[in-house]
Write a protein that binds this ligand. Structure first.
Ligand SMILES: [Zn+2]
Length: 291
């Protein structure tokens, strides 16, 4: 999943997604409105430490109060970019984000589980042609190609792993998607090298995969909400603890979230705040189309 950094957020398209920590939540009040609030305000911080203020209008505030937690990380889309209100802005910036009832918030939670890599489903192949820049799948266009995600086509795509791994944690069998560098650390050979080898077949696993199929690993996963051909929501591997394999499981691995189990992934952390389907509402604030 590719996220727009807050410093690069100059306009909002339909597919624009940000990944931010909500570091502070407060109510904007004035002395004139004694028990009432003007709006709910949040301070957002992205992975580069860049901060931006988000505002939630009074009539959406109660709904959001129950959905957002201070300190948690969220993947957010369908938000508006509006001109910053300069009267009580926490950060000095031209724009601020506005969450509306159309905004989607997906709490970003990582889980760790120990599971056996049973097989790799190659129905859709074990590699894909990825944009050199953002690693999204490139699309063919006339005699060339382009990236639908970032629009680049000035450099050749790279052949990138996308392994649809079937894993079994002794409770259930499920599919984990292992992309790019994480798969490369597991296989220890770049996908590009294997994909262009003599007799290589996109839909047949190279023999080197024998070293990993059947092994047990500790996987760190997150919910991948990006739509794919395989299913609408899948689990994306964010880390594989290969150390555990090398030391035959004797070495204890300490991770912050190691106590989490796969069972928790059954929780639905997706929150859609829409209450009706009558189409997008007209926002009161000016929407910045482009700059
Ligand atoms: Zn791209």
């Amino acid at each position: 999943m590719t996220f727009t950094l807050l410093k690069e957020l100059h306009s909002v398209q339909r597919q624009t997604k940000i990944k931010v920590r909500i570091s502070r939540i407060w109510e904007a009040k004035t002395p004139l409105l004694k028990n009432d609030i003007l709006s709910l305000e949040c301070l957002l911080i992205d992975e580069e430490g860049y901060s931006m203020q988000a505002t939630i209008r009074k009539h959406d505030a109660d709904n959001f109060k129950s959905l957002i937690d201070e300190g948690s990380v969220y993947i957010v889309d369908n938000f508006n970019l509006i001109l910053a209100k300069n009267n009580y802005a926490a950060v000095n910036q031209k724009h601020m984000i506005q969450f509306s009832k159309w905004t989607h918030l997906l709490k970003d939670i990582k889980y760790t589980c120990k599971a056996k890599l049973v097989s790799i489903d190659t129905t859709y192949g074990w590699w894909y042609r990825a944009c050199y820049n953002c690693k999204a799948a490139v699309k063919d266009f006339a005699d060339t190609f382009w990236c639908g995600q970032c629009g680049k086509n000035d450099q050749s795509p790279v052949l990138w792993y996308k392994l649809d791994a079937v894993v079994d944690d002794e409770i259930a069998t499920t599919n984990f998607i292992i992309f790019g560098k994480i798969a490369q650390e597991l296989i220890r050979i770049p996908a590009q090298q294997l994909a262009i080898a003599a007799n290589a077949d996109k839909f047949v696993l190279p023999s080197v995969f024998k070293n990993v199929v059947g092994q047990t690993y500790i996987f760190q996963i997150s919910i991948d909400s990006r739509r794919s051909n395989i299913n609408a929501q899948s689990f994306k591997v964010t880390k594989i603890f290969i150390d555990d394999l090398d030391t035959k499981g004797k070495k204890k691995i300490y991770t912050k979230d190691a106590e989490d189990t796969l069972e928790e992934t059954n929780d639905d952390h997706t929150t859609h705040t829409s209450q009706n389907d009558s189409g997008p509402e007209i926002v009161e604030d000016p929407i910045i189309q482009s700059m």
